[in-house]
Design a protein around this ligand. Sequence first.
Ligand SMILES: [Fe+2]
Ligand SMILES: [Fe+2]
Length: 145
Amino acid sequence: MTNIFEVLREDHDRQRKLLKAVQDTSGDEAQRRSTFSELARELDAHAKAEERSLYAAMLAHKTSQPMASHSVHEHNEIDDLVEKLKDMEFSNPNWIRTFEDLAHKVHHHLDEEEHGVFQVAGKVLTEQDKTDLVAKFRDEKKVEV
Ligand SMILES: [Fe+2]
Ligand SMILES: [Fe+2]
């Protein structure tokens, strides 16, 4: 049975590919614009669905609460950077600098989820929870994309 951690890892790899794809679009503004908008949609839908599935379950357990709150805080920081980028001209040299800040933050967040959060969640959730959360995550993400 597929568990929530496998599904989230697949999504994370998609985010890593999209970050790289935006970095590879230097000089092609139209391509950068469309790849960035795909990344922004993906980041937002993933974070919202994650908060309504995995993080909602973790917040219900005292031992995993602090880590879940920390991750939600990082989602908000990522969201702020995405909004900042949306408000900037793509031709502005600061755009790519700000994008590098975003890429750094997202990579850090994904690594932390995969190497810290999932282990903590693994201890507080039952095997049933871990498989039930797959459908919850997928349903919530469908609503957002
Ligand atoms: Fe995630
Ligand atoms: Fe996340």
